[in-house]
Design a protein around this ligand. Structure first.
Ligand SMILES: CC(C)(COP(=O)(O)OP(=O)(O)OC[C@H]1O[C@@H](n2cnc3c(N)ncnc32)[C@H](O)[C@@H]1OP(=O)(O)O)[C@@H](O)C(=O)NCCC(=O)NCCS
Length: 178
């Protein structure tokens, strides 16, 4: 399978919403309750791309190119000292799980984020999520802690684990000025 990566564009809004939807509607993987519209997804892409990176993975389907996954880095928290830290997210279409789409997306995302001077990536996942935990460990993410009972969805409380991974020189030297 030939997987191509590119920066997300406004035209991807519908595909992004469709890939994201199961994590909202069928689980607590996302803490959102309603699926964003294609326009809302396109707007999120534009906002992220002002300072960060949003990638899509595309394959050739029977009717032309199809987006089968996406990944982005965005703000972790907004106070100035967090300016070199990003929170990452990744969603692969269910019929392509386990085929290397996520690996390609994260490999490229980290190169791009490190090039932009970011020094730390943080990822959070509602527990349990063995796929996400295994995936983030495979990329060298280390455990950073678990918030207990931090979200209410589908009639119960959920824990969220956070992991972290250094980018570029990490904390070995001072960052470039922002
Ligand atoms: C987590 C997710 C992004 C992984 O993407 P993917 O394209 O299926 O992953 P890949 O095929 O590229 O796998 C890369 C590595 O991740 C790990 N991994 C992937 N799926 C895994 C699973 N189900 N269990 C344990 N480890 C897994 C493996 O180490 C794998 O390496 P290998 O192929 O050499 O074994 C995907 O399962 C997904 O979109 N899940 C639903 C949304 C979600 O949970 N997103 C993360 C929210 S924090």
């Amino acid at each position: 399978m030939d997987i191509r990566l590119r920066d997300a564009e406004a035209k991807d809004g519908a595909a992004l919403a469709a890939i994201y939807a199961p994590s909202i509607l069928e689980s607590a993987i996302s803490f959102e309750l309603e699926v964003p519209s294609p326009e809302e997804m396109a707007s999120r892409v534009a906002t992220i791309q002002q300072r960060y990176v949003w990638l899509v993975a595309e394959i050739d389907g029977p009717d032309g190119p199809e987006v089968v996954g996406y990944s982005y880095g965005g703000p972790f928290r907004t106070r100035a000292a967090y300016d070199w830290t990003v929170e990452t997210a990744i969603y692969v279409r269910a019929d392509h799980h386990g085929t290397g789409v996520g690996r390609r997306l994260y490999d490229q995302l980290f190169v791009r984020l490190a090039d932009l001077g970011f020094r730390l990536a943080i990822a959070g996942a509602t527990l349990p999520n063995d796929a996400s935990a295994g995936f983030h460990r495979a990329f060298g993410f280390e455990d950073a802690g678990v918030f207990r009972n931090v979200g209410w969805k589908l009639g119960r409380w959920w824990d969220v684990a956070f992991w972290q991974k250094a980018l570029g020189p990490g904390a070995a030297e001072a960052p470039d000025p922002r």
